[in-house]
Write a protein that binds this ligand. Structure first.
Ligand SMILES: *Cc1c(COP(=O)(O)O)cnc(C)c1O
Length: 396
């Protein structure tokens, strides 16, 4: 499909087509069907999808949005990009997902939304979050960049919050190089979302030689449309997602069982709730405190990477420690980043986040697409590194 899209010469929705719906429109429809959602909107990046979600809710200067302290920086920088203040909440030390109790304690009259991230291979506690948010009149935005196809109570992730935001960047389990999508619940949100991402234009009937976008102007937008080439890749890849997710799930389940028998000092992190069905973007391994007393997580990650010839890595730095999250370095963000804003955003302890980062190793999902031999290699590498730690060879 990519080659035919390339040859077709219509590389964007904002160019006349042959009378067929654009590929990005077709993908948005298919993805909505896949999720069981009424509408999705295809966009250029996951980060842009988060910005659009906030614009759809008309979040702006003076508003606060609660975000987890453990996530990719885009979750928080999206809030700055609309002029609002990201307020960091602590995460659950086991799952790494935003703690509903922390959210409840942080809600203020300025809070407009909470962004939850279904992190790595877990699912945020949606029951508690949605109850707290709706009690306070606050929206929940799901950042589903790391959980395509996962479910809560049988329903797909991304369909629970007011809005869901996906990324299709190369590393994700549904990948197109770059790309993103927004899940919305109503016809009105869909129409406004389309305009926000196409310079205030929405869809017209696809007619031969005519533009498929029509000027509307209900809300000013910018250009964040997905290219036809990216949409072609996604239309090809989407039908494989469920089978690949199931395969990864089975490999991880096998790994869990073998580790419980042979190396009980390390375990696969899994969602605690029976309502959650995981989608594994990164396999998170939890290393026992007694092992970490005798080595460091960094030394373990280097030894495992060397042993496996594949990257085993530590988590991103929590946002309060991250080189990537320094809002004062750009003039546009300084208005939100006053002394008071900084104290409101960062000014507390994050024991859950610190504990998660201090005990978690990550492996990319592609490591789970092979067979049992790959699981055995992983276990063998862990056993070997375990012996080296016992022998004092990896002392901190
Ligand atoms: C990848 C990712 C994003 C950003 O997506 P891009 O498409 O790279 O802009 C946002 N949030 C989380 C949690 C991510 O993992």
């Amino acid at each position: 499909m990519l080659l035919s899209a390339l040859r077709d010469g219509r590389w964007t929705v904002s160019w006349p087509g042959s009378g067929q719906a654009s590929l990005e429109r077709q993908f948005a429809r298919r993805f909505a069907e896949y999720l069981g959602a009424s509408h999705t909107i295809a966009v250029d990046h996951g980060s842009g999808a988060l910005v659009l979600a906030l614009e759809l809710l008309d979040v702006g200067p003076g508003d606060e949005v609660i975000v987890p302290a453990m996530t990719w920086v885009a979750t928080a920088s999206a809030v700055l990009r609309v002029g609002a203040l990201p307020v960091l909440a602590d995460v659950d030390p086991d799952s790494g997902c935003i703690s509903p109790d922390a959210v409840a304690a942080l809600i203020s009259p300025r809070t407009r939304a909470v962004i939850c991230v279904h992190l790595a291979c877990t699912v945020a506690d949606l029951d508690d979050l949605l109850a707290i948010a709706s009690g306070a009149g606050v929206h929940v935005i799901e950042d589903v960049a790391q959980a395509h196809g996962g479910r809560w109570r049988g329903r797909r992730l991304g369909t629970w919050g007011t809005i869901g935001a996906f990324s299709f960047q190369s590393g994700k389990v549904l990948a197109a190089g770059e790309g993103g999508a927004l899940v919305v619940g109503s016809e009105d949100e869909w129409s406004r979302g389309l305009q926000l991402r196409a310079d205030a234009r929405t869809y017209a009937e696809p007619l031969p030689g005519a533009m498929e976008l029509v000027e509307r102007g209900d809300v000013i937008g910018a250009n964040r449309t997905m290219s036809e080439l990216h949409a072609a890749i996604l239309l090809d890849r989407l039908p494989h997602l469920d089978a690949e997710n199931m395969h990864r799930d089975a490999q991880a389940a096998l790994l869990s069982r073998v580790l419980a028998e042979q190396a009980p000092w390390v375990r696969v992190v899994r969602p605690a709730s029976p309502y959650a069905q995981r989608s594994i973007y990164e396999l998170a391994l939890r290393v026992d405190r007694r092992v970490l007393d005798r080595t460091s997580l960094e030394r373990m990650s280097c030894a495992l990477t060397a042993e496996l010839q594949r990257s085993v890595y530590i988590t991103d730095a929590p946002l309060f420690d991250s080189l990537l999250f320094r809002p004062h370095t750009l003039g546009r963000y300084r208005a939100a980043w006053t002394q008071e804003g900084l104290a409101r955003s960062f000014g507390r302890q994050f024991p859950g986040t610190v504990a998660y980062a201090a005990s978690t190793l990550l492996i990319h999902h592609s490591a789970l697409l092979g067979d049992e031999r790959d699981v055995k290699d992983l276990v063998d590498a862990l056993l070997k590194v375990g012996r080296a730690i016992d022998d004092g060879q990896l002392a901190r």
